[in-house]
Design a protein around this ligand. Structure first.
Ligand code: NAI
Ligand code: MG
Length: 342
């Protein structure tokens, strides 16, 4: 049985993570969970934001399921999410947004944002220029190597998509060196992949085009901050942040989470939508060669959302997190296992 590091996270984290674990286990996943803490929960227990024992667990297991972690705004500790991605070189952040709820702005969106996850403006190199805090500066790092590996990852990913279409998003008109370098590497790699339709868009226009007509696009690759923003935008096209999962992938390790944060405004109210975390856990199942449990979990959640009787408030329903989860587990009974089909 594979061991997976589990970080339930802050705010709505434990509510949605518990739901996701119940669903994938009911779908047949067999996992030994090694529960660890990070972020606010760790600090409350007198530990560091990223305790060594948590890092060791993930280093050993190589796979992690993580709820959202709160990062204080302005002052306070640096993002533990960003730190985890950098520490383990989880260089590609894969964020699918697919329509599962009819009746929204669009019924058939199927987009994937692949975000460079280790550098860019989120490299964290920031300071005030003097003691009076009269000005501050932040440095963007873009390297050829990190750009090449994430764009190469994106080309490989597109090969498995229904549409062989990749859009690189940048701001190379203004940020000629940093965003320019990312675009240059993308164009070079495009020459090696003539079978894939490749184009590029400037970020501001891209944001507008995605809202106006998302069907123009399929897979999007971009730098860290643009990917952060566009993936929330894409989640908004398919019903909101409760719907979008994320996989942080490195050479040998992977961490699965939701695109959303700890949602302090609804934490503890038992109304969070666990779909994003269930879909993230389904991606984890695939990653650990338990694809059937992942497929069944995804099918069950899709069925419940499509039927529409039981939905959380963010999707216009009145179900609690647990009621929605119960319904997904019940729906699993109607989804045959591969063994039953044989
Ligand atoms: P957020 O994603 O937590 O919430 C934004 C809005 O979406 C809120 O109105 C929230 O109620 C709603 N929402 C989010 N997830 C939902 C769900 N599953 N079901 C229903 N509604 C949901 O973003 P916000 O408020 O900007 O950040 C809160 C905290 O989360 C911050 O400390 C931030 O640093 C952290 N964060 C952590 C992330 C991670 O762990 N990967 C990602 C994004 C933010
Ligand atoms: Mg974000």
């Amino acid at each position: 049985m594979p061991t997976v590091t589990l970080i339930k996270g802050d705010g709505i984290g434990p509510e949605v993570v518990d739901a996701a674990i119940r669903v994938i286990e009911a779908a047949g996943a067999t996992i030994e969970w090694d529960e660890q803490v990070a972020g606010v929960t760790a600090v409350e227990r007198g530990l560091e934001t990223l305790p060594p024992v948590t890092l060791d667990s993930f280093r050993d297991s190589r796979v992690c399921l993580k709820g959202p972690l709160t990062t204080p705004i302005g002052s306070g500790f640096r993002s533990v999410n960003v730190a985890l991605r950098k520490e383990f070189d989880l260089y590609a952040n894969v964020r699918p947004s697919k329509s599962l709820v009819p009746g929204g702005r669009y019924d058939d969106v199927d987009l994937v944002v692949i975000r460079e996850n280790t550098e860019g403006l989120y490299a964290g190199i920031e300071h005030y220029i003097d003691t009076k805090r009269s000005a501050a500066e932040s440095i963007t790092i873009v390297t050829q190597d990190a750009s090449r590996r994430v764009i190469k990852f994106a080309f490989d990913y597109v090969a498995g998509r229904p549409k062989q279409h990749l859009t690189l998003v940048h701001k190379a008109n203004i940020l000629k060196y940093t965003s320019g370098l990312f675009l240059e590497v993308g164009k070079e790699l495009a020459d090696d992949h003539p079978e894939i339709e490749f184009n590029d868009r400037i970020i501001d226009n891209m944001a507008m085009q995605l809202v106006l007509d998302p069907h123009q696009f399929d897979t999007i690759v971009t730098t860290n901050m643009f990917g952060d923003i566009l993936s929330d935008l894409c989640a908004g096209l398919v019903g909101g942040l409760g719907m979008a999962p994320a996989a942080n992938v490195g050479e040998e390790m992977a961490m699965f989470e939701a695109v959303h944060g700890s949602a302090p405004d609804i934490a503890g109210k038992q109304i969070a939508n666990p779909t994003a975390l269930i879909l993230a856990a389904a991606m984890l199942c695939e990653h650990i060669d338990q694809a059937e449990a992942g497929d069944r979990s995804r099918a069950a959640v899709e069925r419940v959302l499509l039927e529409g009787q039981v939905r959380t408030p963010d999707l216009g329903g009145s179900a609690t997190t647990v009621e929605f989860c119960d319904e997904v587990v019940r729906a699993l009974e109607r989804i045959p296992t591969a063994e039953a089909v044989r």
